[in-house]
Design a protein around this ligand. Structure first.
Ligand SMILES: *Cc1c(COP(=O)(O)O)cnc(C)c1O
Length: 408
């Protein structure tokens, strides 16, 4: 079913065989999967999606797995695109949707990337995988590795959300907590992988996670009747979801599924970790390591992204922009989304709502432009972040506030 042909370096263009495990190009650039889209154009009309499964594997011809038996799926993708009229009214936006990635298996869109990468590991015979993660990627890797019967080694910052630590342990992964950032975790994996025989599944250091993530782009087109919105808000850590969607749009144009029009791609970051926003504002091609990165949006705590140049390219080519919001703004906006629409979002999703407010106020976006916000995860994975607003009270404290009722 897959029309995968080869891998191609996003920096120097060198090509590689896709039928074996690959990390980066010799030049250090990330490798991207390439497909025979001309053939797919003839054999895979978009109408055939009517019979396709209700998960991201509905796009199997443009996913890399060739052996159907290797597909490791927990039902990821094909998430709801929710029409959010009340929130739109509040923000002065006539046409607003939220793509709710929080309903994915493991509670974030990371399920897409890891379903794809672990399926490829299963196909290529990889037995041990390792990952540095700011949180949700670890949880997703642990789950899919368990489902595929592959050994998982996880390195994550000591202060990740507790949900991430527990979900990894529950799935039987070997977890190392690191007193540092995801960048420090990455160094530890790099130092040990050779001796341990681990295949490293760091984002963009292997070519297949982005392929899973790109299905967010296929879905938004299909769900909107093959007419992309005017703007897409994406909370960018490594920015791989954004790069992936941008790649999906180009593929879909070659397939004849959409025209050349593209949404303004808006990369949203946290004030406490905004390397891409800084680089965008300074007109630079790559970002600089962001010292002292700190934010409750753990998915955005990436001080230097390997694919920063691809994110910046896509944002600029689309006529989009990059915006930073504070932690308080993202939590407030997350609560507005929950209160208006019933969707309890990750702070990363809240960050996009806060960024939309800023861009409406600045006039960057007009009222009638159609907007899709990606809520990349479930608020239920971030109880520590939200509990600052709703602390758990002792019986004595609740009593003092008059809120405690003792049943007789
Ligand atoms: C990982 C993560 C992000 C950032 O994803 P990238 O595509 O790597 O930028 C955003 N939100 C959540 C909830 C995440 O887990």
């Amino acid at each position: 079913m897959s029309t995968l042909t080869h891998l191609e370096c996003s920096l120097c263009g060198e090509t590689y065989d896709a039928g074996q495990v690959q990390n980066l190009c010799r030049c250090g650039g990330p490798l991207l999967a390439r497909y025979d889209l001309e053939k797919a154009r003839e054999t895979w009309p978009r109408e055939s999606l009517r019979e396709a499964p209700s998960n991201m594997w509905r796009y199997a011809p443009v996913l890399p797995v060739r052996d159907g038996g290797a597909v490791t799926s927990l039902g990821e993708g094909w998430t709801p695109l929710v029409w959010t009229e009340r929130l739109g009214r509040r923000l002065g936006c006539d046409r607003l949707w939220v793509k709710d990635e929080g309903v994915n298996p493991t509670g974030s869109f990371k399920a897409r990337g890891l379903s794809c990468a672990i399926s490829m590991c299963a196909e290529l015979g990889v037995q041990k995988v390792a990952i540095p993660s700011a949180g949700n990627a670890a949880g997703a890797m642990a789950a899919y590795a368990a489902a595929a019967g592959i050994e998982a080694h996880i390195f994550m910052p000591r202060d990740v959300p507790q949900s991430n630590f527990i979900e990894c342990k529950a799935a039987g992964a070997k977890v190392t907590l690191v007193d540092g950032l995801i960048s420090d975790c990455g160094k530890m994996v790099a130092a040990r992988k050779q001796a341990e025989g681990w295949f490293e599944v760091s984002t963009l250091k292997e070519p297949y996670r982005i392929e899973g993530k790109k299905t967010m782009g296929y879905e938004v087109a299909e769900q909107m009747g093959w007419e992309l919105p005017d703007a897409i808000f994406y909370p960018a850590g490594g920015g791989v979801g954004l790069i992936g969607m941008w790649k999906a749009f180009a593929e879909m144009e070659t397939l004849g599924w959409i025209g050349p029009r593209r949404p303004k791609m808006i990369a949203v970051q946290a004030e406490g970790c905004q390397p891409i926003v800084r680089a965008f504002e300074r007109g630079e091609r790559t970002s600089e390591f962001f010292e002292g990165a700190e934010t409750v949006a753990s998915g955005l705590r990436v001080p230097k992204a390997l694919g920063d140049f691809l994110v910046l390219e896509a944002v600029r080519a689309s006529g989009g922009t990059a915006v930073a919001v504070s932690d308080a703004e993202m939590i407030d906006a997350g609560l507005e989304l929950a209160g208006d629409e019933g969707m309890f979002a990750a702070p990363e999703g809240g960050a996009c709502v806060a960024a939309l407010r800023k861009l409406r106020e600045s006039g960057f976006l007009r009222k009638e432009e159609s907007v899709v916000i990606y809520n990349t995860g479930s608020g239920l994975k971030y109880l520590e972040a939200y509990s600052a607003r709703f602390p758990r009270l002792t019986a004595g404290e609740a009593d003092k506030l008059g809120g405690l009722i003792t049943p007789r």
